[in-house]
Design a protein around this ligand. Structure first.
Ligand SMILES: Cc1cc2nc3c(=O)[nH]c(=O)nc-3n(C[C@H](O)[C@H](O)[C@H](O)COP(=O)(O)OP(=O)(O)OC[C@H]3O[C@@H](n4cnc5c(N)ncnc54)[C@H](O)[C@@H]3O)c2cc1C
Length: 413
C-alpha cells in the first residue's frame, strides 16, 4: 500500500530515503531548512564510498591515543570542552564504546549495511541510469608513515575484503603521484568507489522531481513535532502546521534539536574540513583514493578536483572555518602531493558529521508509531546512504529488510 511520507532533511540520507521510498511506490515530501538540497554536511565531504573501511572511531586504545594527539600542534583531533551536558554525555558514551569487542561487533553491523549500500547504488545506477555525479570505482590505498601502524594494519588484512598489502615501491607503482615518498607501505582495496556527494544529492532530487511522486519544501525549518497517543500528528514550520501520515527524521547533526518526550538521540557533531583543489592539465593528482593513515587525511579525485578531507574537532555546533586547521591540512597535503592541483584556488569548507558514540546509525522505527529515524551516520553518511534509505523504505512499506537489522535499529541501540 502506498504511504504518504514526510522527510525532515534533504541531505544525502533524506534524499536517498526519498529515492528508495518513491521507487517502492510511496509518495514523499522532503522538507529542508536550506534553499538548496545537499548543502549542509553532504556538500563537500571526502567523497569516498568506503564500503570496506567502516570500523567505528571508538576502539580499544583510542582514548589514550587521543590524549597524545591533544598535546600536539598538528593533531587531527581537537577538543574544546564546553559547559554542555550533551557534549559530556556523548564523550562518556564514546569512551564506554571504546572496547575491542564492542568495536568489532559494531564494525560487523556497519559492514553489512555498507555492503547493502554498494549493491543498492549499483542497482540504482544500472536500473535507473542514475549518473552525473562523478562516480568511479577507483580503489582505495591506505598508506602508512609509521612502521608500527603498518604492521598492526597488516595483521588485520583479510581476503574477505579483497585487501592487498603493498610495499612503499608497490604503492608508488600503483599511484605514481605518491612517488615523493614518506610512506613505509600500504593496503590496497580495489573495489572501493568515489563520487561527488553534493552532485549525487542534486541528481537524486532531479529524478525525484521528475517522478511526480515527490514534493520539496525548501527554505523552511521544522520548528516542532506535534504528537498524541503514541504517534506523531503534524510538524510545525513556524506558524504553519502540516499534518503527516509517516514522518522520517533525517536532519543530520541537528536531529536532536527536534525534541519529543522519551526520544533521546545520542548525537553530537564531529566537525571536519575539506579543501577542493582544482586540477589542471599540468597537475599530477592521484587517481586512486588515498588515506594517509598516520595523519588521518583522505584524498579523492572527484572529476577535475582533488578533494582533501580531514580533522575531527569536538568543539560544539559552530560550523565556521578555522584558518589554522585549514592551513595545517593544506601544508600536509602540499608535502604529500605538491603538484596535485592549484592549491591557491582551493575551496575551503567545514562540515559537521552527525555522530553517535558507537559510530552506528539509527535506522527504522522509533517509540512513536509513525515516526522513523535515519540519522547518526557520522563519518560514513555518503557510503551508507543508499543502504540506509533502502532499509527505511522496506520497513515503512512493511517488507522484510534486505539485511539483518540487529544493532542498526533505534530500539536495539
Ligand atoms: C570533513 C568531512 C568528510 C567526510 N567524508 C566522508 C566520506 O568521504 N565518505 C562518507 O561516506 N562520508 C563522509 N562524511 C560524512 C557525511 O558527509 C555525512 O555523514 C552525511 O553528509 C550526513 O548526511 P545527512 O543527510 O545525515 O546530513 P546533512 O547532509 O547535514 O543533511 C541534513 C539536512 O537536514 C536539514 N535540517 C536540519 N534541521 C532541520 C530542520 N529543523 N528543518 C528542516 N531541515 C532541517 C539541513 O538543512 C540539512 O540539509 C564526511 C563528513 C565531513 C564533515
Amino acid at each position: 500500500m502506498a504511504r504518504q511520507v514526510c522527510i525532515i532533511g534533504g541531505g544525502v540520507i533524506g534524499l536517498a530515503s526519498a529515492y528508495a521510498l518513491v521507487r517502492a511506490g510511496h509518495e514523499v515530501t522532503v522538507i529542508d531548512a536550506r534553499d538548496t538540497l545537499g548543502s549542509e554536511t553532504s556538500f563537500a565531504n571526502g567523497g569516498q564510498l568506503s564500503y570496506r573501511y567502516v570500523a567505528p572511531l571508538a576502539d580499544a586504545g583510542v582514548p589514550l591515543q587521543a590524549l597524545g594527539w591533544l598535546l600536539r600542534g598538528d593533531s587531527p583531533l581537537k577538543l574544546r570542552p564546553r559547559l554542555d551536558p550533551q557534549q559530556w554525555r556523548w564523550m562518556a558514551a564514546f569512551i564506554a564504546a571504546c572496547r575491542g569487542s564492542v568495536n568489532q561487533r559494531n564494525a560487523a553491523h556497519l559492514l553489512r549495511l555498507a555492503s547493502l549500500s554498494q549493491s543498492t547504488l549499483q542497482q540504482w545506477r544500472e536500473d535507473d541510469c542514475l549518473d552525473g555525479f562523478d562516480w568511479r570505482r577507483n580503489g582505495k590505498l591506505v598508506t602508512f608513515r609509521n612502521a608500527g601502524s603498518f604492521e598492526h594494519a597488516r595483521s588485520k588484512v583479510t581476503d574477505i575484503l579483497q585487501q592487498q598489502v603493498l610495499s612503499a615501491a608497490d604503492c608508488a607503482r600503483l599511484e605514481p603521484a605518491l612517488a615523493g615518498g614518506g610512506f613505509v607501505g600500504g593496503i590496497y582495496t580495489p573495489n572501493e568507489e568515489v563520487a561527488d556527494c553534493h552532485a549525487f544529492c542534486q541528481r537524486l532530487a532531479a529524478r525525484l522531481e521528475a517522478s511526480g511522486r515527490c514534493r520539496f519544501v525548501l527554505g523552511r525549518k521544522v520548528t516542532g513535532i506535534r504528537h498524541a497517543e503514541g504517534g506523531v500528528q503534524a510538524i510545525e514550520l513556524g506558524d504553519e502546521v502540516m499534518p503527516v501520515e509517516h514522518l522520517v527524521l533525517a536532519a543530520g547533526h541537528r536531529s536532536a534539536e527536534l525534541r519529543l518526550p522519551g526520544l533521546a538521540l545520542p548525537l553530537y557533531p564531529l566537525k571536519g574540513y575539506s579543501l577542493s583543489v582544482p586540477i589542471g592539465a599540468q597537475h599530477q593528482a592521484p587517481s586512486v583514493s588515498i588515506t594517509d593513515y598516520d595523519r588521518k587525511i583522505v584524498y579523492a579525485r572527484i572529476g577535475e578536483q582533488l578533494r582533501i578531507a580531514a580533522m575531527v574537532d569536538i568543539v560544539g555546533f559552530d560550523a565556521g572555518l578555522e584558518p589554522k586547521r585549514l592551513a595545517l591540512i593544506k601544508r600536509q597535503a602540499l608535502e604529500t602531493f605538491p603538484t596535485a592541483g592549484d592549491y591557491d584556488h582551493a575551496l575551503e569548507w567545514a562540515g559537521m558529521r552527525p555522530a553517535t558514540p558507537t559510530g552506528v546509525p539509527l535506522i527504522g522505527a522509533s517509540q512513536y508509531r509513525n515516526l522513523w529515524l535515519n540519522l547518526g551516520h557520522g563519518a560514513l553518511g555518503f557510503t551508507l546512504a543508499c543502504g540506509s534509505g533502502q532499509l527505511l523504505a522496506e520497513l515503512i512499506g512493511q517488507r522484510n529488510p534486505s539485511i539483518d537489522m540487529q544493532g542498526l535499529t533505534p530500539c536495539a541501540a
